[in-house]
Design a protein around this ligand. Structure first.
Ligand code: IPM
Ligand code: MG
Length: 355
């Protein structure tokens, strides 16, 4: 089979980690007899430098014409002072919206080989955890009305959170379906003691729950959830939450796995075409030095094989190769804790050798 993959390398460490994942995909293609055709497109700061826009039209058209999209990361200090609508981050929100990717799957699990990297207490680490965060991705405050105005105290800025019943229903169904395939426990995270959007969220999630009597549903307030994630992460199976809460909680969840450099993600909509990216950012401080951990991006490519192309064996082969490399003690700087650290290319070579 032939698969067309759009590559959005982006900024900072983006190009290095995407190139690593491409090498892994090529190796998988050779081994299993698939052809992956890669076409690069500009996004983020590098797109601003080349075209003046963070998300050029050709990029959107190219992504929509491909079978799937692999993204590195966007942003950097060079573009930090641009107005909001011209910032690199706007391109990320824009491409998610243009592709109608309302679901963001962010798995956070503790690798046995990385237990020593987990910052939590030993008895908590011993229990382990395997969480799937289902983050709503195209609604809420990141997409709401915003602006500046004159207020009681002079200049003020505002952003608004808005969720429709439809948006909550569809993400709730994704989360319930996901829980059904796992340990059948869903935690819906909101701030229903304060926010109207959260009260609608909670109401609608409970209505959808009636379609899933086999899944246990629990509500949790977001402040409590932030605490529970470090107090007892093993209590969670699937989490469903809004765009902003999911953004914040997934960073927290990543750190208890040992490193944010390990967490992959899949952004999905109603078609097979998804966008796959590490949850971490562009890390401009280490860009171009070969220090970046490419594992999150390599695992994102594995998610692409599974969710967009239904290539379960090929996907599992990548996950297994990463596991093996970690079990063999191979580490990049972020998880080496002062020990021997491999470069981005070296760890990629080692993962490919274990395919
Ligand atoms: C993420 C990032 C993005 C987000 C930013 C860069 C727009 O933090 O993917 O988690 O908020 O979604
Ligand atoms: Mg984030």
């Amino acid at each position: 089979m032939q698969y067309k993959i759009a590559l959005l390398r982006g900024d900072g460490i983006g190009p290095e980690i995407v190139d690593s994942a491409v090498r892994v995909l090529k190796a998988v293609g050779e081994k299993f007899g698939h052809e992956f055709l890669f076409t690069p497109y500009l996004i983020g700061g590098s797109a601003i430098d080349a075209t003046g826009k963070p998300l050029p039209e050709e990029t959107v058209a190219g992504c929509l014409a491909s079978d799937s999209v692999l993204l590195g990361a966007v942003g950097g200090p060079k573009w930090d002072t641009l107005p909001g609508h011209l910032r690199p981050e706007k391109a990320l929100l824009g491409i998610r919206a243009a592709m109608e990717l309302f679901t963001n799957l962010r798995p956070a699990k503790l690798y046995p080989a990385l237990k020593a990297e987990c910052p939590l207490r030993e008895d908590i680490v011993e229990k382990g955890f395997d969480i799937m965060i289902v983050r709503e991705l195209t609604g809420g405050i990141y997409f709401g009305d915003r602006g500046y105005r004159e207020g009681k105290y002079g200049e003020e800025a505002f952003d608004t959170e808005c969720y429709s019943r439809m948006e909550i229903e569809r993400i709730a169904r994704v989360a319930f379906d996901c829980a059904r395939k796992r340990r059948k426990k869903l935690t819906s995270i909101d701030k229903a003691n304060v926010l109207e959007t959260s009260r609608l969220w909670r109401k609608v999630v409970h209505e959808i729950a009636a379609e899933y009597p086999d899944v246990e549903l629990q509500d949790m307030l977001v402040d409590n959830a932030a605490m529970q994630l470090v107090r007892n992460p093993s209590q969670f199976d699937v989490i469903v939450t809004s765009n902003m809460f999911g953004d914040i909680l997934s960073d927290e969840a990543s750190q208890i796995t040992g490193s944010i450099g390990m967490l992959e993600s899949a952004s999905l909509g109603n078609t097979k075409r998804g966008l796959y990216e590490p949850i971490h950012g562009s890390a401009p401080d280490i860009a171009g030095q070969g220090k970046a951990n490419p594992i999150a991006t390599i695992l994102s490519a594995a998610m692409m094989l599974l969710y967009s192309f239904d290539l379960a064996d090929e996907s599992a082969a990548i996950v297994k190769a990463v596991d093996k490399a970690l079990e063999d003690g191979l580490r990049t700087a972020d998880i080496a804790r002062g020990g021997e650290a491999l470069s981005t290319t070296q760890i990629t070579d080692e993962i490919i050798a274990r395919l």
